[in-house]
Design a protein around this ligand. Structure first.
Ligand code: ATP
Ligand code: MG
Length: 215
């Protein structure tokens, strides 16, 4: 539960939700969230680090607490960015629909929810649990990553889920090819990660000796 939205008194809100493993959070995530905040007039972007995502079971993921703390360190300087423990606090795997339902009810009056996700992930949305309710409760901001073909996006959307079209907006982000995988690999190889993630995150990774051994 995000009980402390900085500076919020009352009135209706536009809330962006940014889910991810954040292992670690990086400039790609932050630039995306900031761009979404501005373009969609979001009052807040809430970063929601995942508990244990099912599709990443086979690789080693850092402890939720590490990922939560790194995310918190990364958003310190932005008054519109906050971090939620909602998913990491659950003992079992949570679905996006549970998170969206939670935040849809988190304020009075109910906020408008914008779910920010990669355009590649959104193409699979019709395989997600209760996706119709998901589309009813939230608007999707589909972020295109470098090298991503918009044509494929629209074709797949048209074929699988034409009714979604007005609930999905595309957001093109200036070429940012950085990924968490790239950062982890560089740390494992002893290479610098300066400027790929905020400095406090870089220092945290060093202090806690994360990613030193290949996961
Ligand atoms: P990994 O390499 O471990 O898969 P990741 O960099 O993709 O990590 P995630 O935590 O999996 O990061 O991603 C969280 C969300 O951020 C997803 O919706 C993903 O599509 C999006 N995202 C990741 N990297 C970028 C980037 N460079 N630019 C824009 N969006 C990104
Ligand atoms: Mg990813």
């Amino acid at each position: 539960m995000v009980s402390h939205l900085p500076g919020h008194r009352n009135g209706s809100l536009n809330i962006g939700l940014m889910g991810g493993t954040f292992d670690p959070i990086h400039m790609g995530h932050l630039v995306t969230a900031e761009e979404a905040r501005q373009q969609f007039d979001l009052n807040y972007v809430i970063f929601v680090p995942a508990g244990i995502p099912p599709h990443k079971n086979n690789v080693t993921i850092s402890l939720p607490e590490h990922r939560y703390l790194m995310t918190t360190l990364a958003v310190m300087s932005n008054p519109a960015f906050v971090v939620s423990r909602f998913e990491i606090a659950q003992n079992e795997h949570t679905y996006t629909i549970d998170t969206v339902r939670h935040f849809a009810k988190s304020q009075n009056p109910e906020p408008n929810i914008y779910f920010i996700t990669g355009a590649d992930a959104i193409l699979e949305i019709f395989t997600w649990k209760d996706y119709e309710e998901l589309l009813r409760l939230s608007t999707f901001i589909a972020v295109t990553r470098p090298g991503y073909s918009l044509e494929l996006f629209y074709e797949t959307l048209e074929r699988n889920c034409p009714q979604m079209k007005q609930k999905v907006h595309l957001l093109e982000i200036p070429a940012l090819a950085v990924s968490s995988t790239f950062i982890r690999e560089r740390v494992t190889l002893g290479k610098t990660i300066k400027y790929l993630t905020p400095e406090p995150v870089e220092q945290y990774i060093k202090k806690m000796e994360l990613y030193r051994v290949k996961g």
